[in-house]
Design a binder for this molecule. Structure first.
Ligand SMILES: C[S@@+](CC[C@H](N)C(=O)[O-])C[C@H]1O[C@@H](n2cnc3c(N)ncnc32)[C@H](O)[C@@H]1O
Length: 218
């Protein structure tokens, strides 16, 4: 994971957070080398679900369920989180982790393309996490935008880096230039520009983890 925060700042942020539960710690062990959102973003996702009183959440790209677990903790018993994942074995792991804490009843597991899954689920969603293939962010936004509740939020992970994106080129694009870049970087840049120009949403980029863009529907 490519961190935005300097090591000492990250230590500070982490030290100010409560300890995650045993399942999350086990998931962090499992997640070594896997691109989860990381603890600081995970806790921020749970915070967002709490402050929006979230009842329904949708994730584009769930992996083995790390971000979904943080969300699920903040949902009411009759709440719902939709996990989407190409990889069936990762999704099975997600189910097992959520089951250990009794959260599996709050989860819908969609194996396959997140872009197909979103078509099967009507809104409104209180929180949406976009964390799948980076070149697909603009398309995901288009598919989910009108399904976000008023006061709801869309979070895009890897808004600044992911190891494959080119930070300087994305910055250049945000500053109004048109640099040559790969599809992943272009996907992120186009997403950030679309959100900046969308008057129905208020967006802030938060430099936790690999950077998240948080957009609240007015
Ligand atoms: C960055 S990881 C997700 C991490 C997860 N949100 C977490 O924090 O633990 C991205 C995942 O999205 C999956 N993925 C990528 N594109 C996808 C798509 N179009 N539909 C479904 N899954 C996708 C990948 O297989 C990968 O497991």
């Amino acid at each position: 994971m490519t961190e935005i925060l300097p090591e000492e700042t990250k230590r500070f942020v982490r030290a100010a957070l409560p300890e995650p539960d045993e399942t999350l710690k086990a998931m962090e062990e499992r997640g070594q080398g896997f691109p989860t959102v990381g603890r600081e973003v995970g806790q921020f996702l749970r915070f967002l679900a709490s402050v929006t009183n979230a009842e329904r959440i949708f994730e584009f790209g769930s992996g083995f369920g790390y971000s979904a677990y943080w969300f699920a903790e903040a949902l009411p018993d009759d709440g719902e989180i939709v996990l989407t994942e190409y990889d069936a074995s990762e999704l099975r792991e997600a189910r097992a982790f959520l089951e250990t804490a009794g959260f599996a009843d709050r989860a819908v597991f969609e194996n396959g393309d997140a872009m197909d899954a979103i078509e099967r689920h009507d809104g409104p969603f209180d929180v949406v996490l976009i964390d799948h293939n980076k070149d697909g962010y603009p398309e995901a936004l288009e598919a989910v935008r009108d399904k976000v509740a008023s006061g709801g939020v869309i979070v895009a992970d890897n808004a600044m880096v992911s190891g494959i994106q080119e930070f300087d080129l994305i910055l250049d694009a945000l500053e109004g230039n048109d640099p040559e870049m790969d599809e992943d970087s272009r996907g992120i840049a186009e997403y950030l520009v679309a959100m900046r120009e969308d008057e129905e949403f208020e967006t802030s980029v938060v430099p936790l983890g690999e950077g998240i863009a948080v957009s609240c529907r007015r």
